[in-house]
Design a protein around this ligand. Structure first.
Ligand SMILES: Cc1cc2nc3c(=O)[nH]c(=O)nc-3n(C[C@H](O)[C@H](O)[C@H](O)COP(=O)(O)O)c2cc1C
Length: 386
């Protein structure tokens, strides 16, 4: 019997340290954005990822068996109406997590949640339920807003300043954490929430808190991440800049008495030869790019989000088609393993991977890249931690 099967749930303690899922390997590895049609690739090629349940089920089973650490779905509410199907359909992260947690044994499954669109009392319950279904394998990625069109769709105005977005996020997080801590029914009198007699159960057990991830990039967002998250997820553009960024985030966290992990998203084109990998990258991310959707994505992120430096948009246009602007890993299994090693040496604790077609391309990564990462001491063999 584990702590989730006993009738009385253990009460959560005062502070969150839900980073355990990320402490098994030197380099934690997850899969990102598989719940979105297209994944991260903004392309018109026919093999592009469906994002549907059947394919996510196949993917989840594959990565659970291969020893990956986590799955991170995105939260997206509208698409880009380009020639391809990028972001046209997006499975709901909470519903997906429930199904995936029920059929897997190892991976942590994050739910990405917008503070503006979901009430914290409802999310406290939903995430605690997921944690119970997965016997301690639920995680939460908190988004405090950047996509103005989605706010319009919900009948809201995206606050123009990051201060307001993240102050509201802080209240949201405090309400949820107090429920999880098992505070006696409490009143909450904030600027954005005024609540009475708040309580909730189930709650995450004290010894197994729900890991919190945040991908902010503005100074206000970074303060939020450093205060509340176990892991900060940040876009890498160049390794040297990444090294400086990681060091400054960790220093900022330590100054407030916290240790925080730093992860980065990547997209992978792994082929037996470098020429094959580069040719395929050129084919899907240039020749067959969904140029209309790429322009819309870049404009939207440039306008309302600070995920990227301003000049990154023009310099890295092919990266937006190839993987929504994240860091490319293109080449042979040796190239990919070497680049992941450099990412680790730059100070990153983890990375996510995305592929044009996750299920078709992962077998090569699993059979050829994972053993190389084990040889480099970045990952333990599956049998050592299963
Ligand atoms: C790797 C990564 C994943 C993200 N996932 C989502 C998501 O699923 N949905 C969403 O609306 N925003 C997502 N974001 C946006 C961030 O939460 C954040 O709003 C953005 O990086 C801008 O930072 P800022 O809010 O500090 O300006 C993601 C960002 C990054 C870098």
């Amino acid at each position: 019997m584990n702590e989730f099967t006993s009738a009385g749930h253990l009460e959560a303690e005062s502070r969150h340290t839900g980073g355990d899922f990320a402490r098994r390997h030197t380099l934690t590895l997850g899969i990102f954005s598989s719940n979105l049609s297209g994944g991260l690739a903004v392309t018109t090629v026919p093999e592009s990822w469906s994002g549907n349940w059947a394919d996510n089920l196949a993917l989840a089973t594959m990565i659970d068996t291969a020893g990956f650490d986590f799955m991170l779905p995105v939260a997206r509410w509208n698409g880009f109406n380009g020639a391809g199907h990028y972001a046209e359909s997006v499975l709901d992260p909470v519903a997906l997590a429930a199904a995936v947690l029920a059929v897997t044994k190892q991976i942590t499954v994050f739910s990405t949640i917008h503070t503006a669109f979901h009430h914290p009392i409802a999310i406290a319950k939903q995430l605690a339920t997921l944690h119970e279904i997965g016997a301690g394998r639920a995680g939460l990625n908190i988004v405090c807003g950047w996509n103005k069109n989605e706010y319009t769709m919900f009948g809201m105005d995206l606050p123009s300043d990051h201060g307001t977005r993240y102050r509201m996020g802080q209240e949201w997080y405090e309400i949820m954490s107090r429920i999880w801590r098992g505070d006696a029914p409490f009143e909450y009198a904030g600027q954005h929430f005024k609540l009475g007699d708040v309580t909730g159960k189930p709650r995450p057990p004290a010894g197994r808190p729900i890991p919190i991830l945040n991908a902010a990039s503005s100074p206000e967002g970074r303060e939020f991440a450093v205060r509340n998250a176990d892991t900060l997820f940040t876009v890498l553009t160049e390794l040297e800049k990444g090294r400086t960024d990681v060091s400054s985030f960790k220093t900022q966290a330590r100054a407030s008495g916290r240790e925080i992990g730093v992860f980065t998203p990547t997209y992978v084109v792994c082929r037996p030869t470098r020429a094959e990998a580069e040719d395929y990258h050129r084919y899907y991310a240039d020749e067959c790019a969904d140029h209309e959707a790429v322009e819309k994505l870049m404009a939207l992120q440039g306008l309302h989000s600070r995920s990227f430096e301003p000049d990154a948009y023009q310099r890295f246009k092919i990266r937006f088609a190839g993987g929504s602007g994240v860091y490319p890993l293109i080449g042979t299994p040796d190239d990919i393993a070497d680049e992941l090693e450099r990412i680790s040496q730059a100070g990153f604790d983890g990375a996510t991977l995305s592929f044009v077609n996750y299920v078709a391309e992962l077998p090569l990564f699993i059979s050829e890249v994972l053993p190389r990462l084990e040889k480099k001491g970045l990952r333990l063999p599956v049998e050592q931690f299963a």
